[in-house]
Design a protein around this ligand. Sequence first.
Ligand code: MG
Ligand code: MG
Length: 260
Amino acid sequence: MIVYKTREEIEIMRAAAQVVSRALGVVAEAIGPGVTPLELDRLAETYIRDQGAEPAFKGLYGFPNTLCMSRNEQVVHGIPDNKPLREGDIISVDCGAKLHGFYGDHAYTFAIGEIAPATRRLLDVTLECLYLGIEQAVAGNRIGDIGFAVQQHAQKNGYGVVRDLVGHGLGRKLHEKPEVPNFGKRGSGPLIQEGLVIAIEPMINMGVKDIKQLSDGWTIITADRKPSAHFEHDVAIIDGKPEILSTFKYVEEALAKQTA
Ligand code: MG
Ligand code: MG
């Protein structure tokens, strides 16, 4: 069953999403070569708790940390570790927070220092996929229209679209109906209607679409070990149109300061 949200509930969800956006901003201020994922995880957890919110992933299905941090060939669900980030790495940082009973869930893939041009292109195209998907999230369209837009753009660029992991409805649960695949047929799937709130999250591989799970029971990697990128926004349908509840503003501001 899809749970549609009232305007009041969407405003609480916006606040939850903004806690996550700012937590990603805190990560962005500190991230760089030599920093470890565990250090960043602690910064994000402290920030979220200081806002009176709770880290959403910690303890969920047994996940041990606040952030999912997935480096290079890791797609999603990586566990923060003590291995310093290195120049040329990319790392997806996925963060969730629960505030007043509602969830925010939001991810950004960071470049560590200078990265290879081909990897930069993967990040750019994945971000474009996210916004092309969001454009399709209008009342009267269907969920398949989102996946279609994402898949077309990724494949046009020669990339693989992960099939086994998908976006999702969001609300009082972190994962609600409907599933929001990053692939699909135009005009297929559940109808998009007023009050729907979904997490749209393209996971795009530089090489093949196939993935594997590591023996830690969490980390998903690409089958060909080529890099993968992941960006995620929380989107509500208001007045028939997609409104992005989360924002990369704080990340972008922090990264601009770093390079200034
Ligand atoms: Mg997420
Ligand atoms: Mg998600």
